[in-house]
Design a protein around this ligand. Structure first.
Ligand SMILES: [Zn+2]
Length: 145
């Protein structure tokens, strides 16, 4: 995310560039999909009829999974979540709005009886694979965690 801190773009241009980068089928998302697939879970992708269009939906377990970028979704306490140095008010407003939206979507899903799992981008490193697999299985199988 160092790229963003010394910003060469205007906020508007940056926003456009970044929205192309985030979006569907990001690397962390593909990583989580392949993990779940390998351990035998079936899921659907980006169900538009659910709040927040969850990245993965495991209907059988009434569980949805969001794979969130640490920057875009402001992962608390994560070193990748800092606000860019330039255009602070712009970014602060935008990113806090994203975070508030996530919170609303999760609450809405939970009120519909869905178990919601959020996987952060920083958890999707190859070296953290086993830890992530364990957490996913635990949270999918044991909904009251
Ligand atoms: Zn993070």
């Amino acid at each position: 995310m160092d790229r963003i801190k010394s910003d060469i773009f205007t906020p508007e241009k940056r926003s456009e560039v970044m929205s192309k980068i985030r979006g569907k089928n990001t690397r962390p998302e593909l990583f989580v999909r392949s993990l779940l697939h390998r351990i035998g879970y079936r899921f659907r992708l980006h169900r538009k009829d659910l709040p927040g269009k969850p990245d993965l939906v495991l209907s059988k377990y009434r569980t949805v999974v969001f794979v969130h970028g640490c920057f875009w979704h402001q992962h608390d306490g994560c070193k990748s979540s800092g606000f860019p140095k330039s255009n602070q008010p712009f970014w602060k407003e935008k990113l806090l709005r994203n975070k508030a939206r996530d919170k609303r979507n999760i609450a809405a899903l939970e009120s519909l009886g869905w178990n919601v799992i959020v996987v952060w981008e920083c958890e999707t490193k190859v070296k953290n694979k086993e830890k992530l697999v364990e957490r996913l299985i635990e949270e999918i199988e044991n909904k009251n965690v």
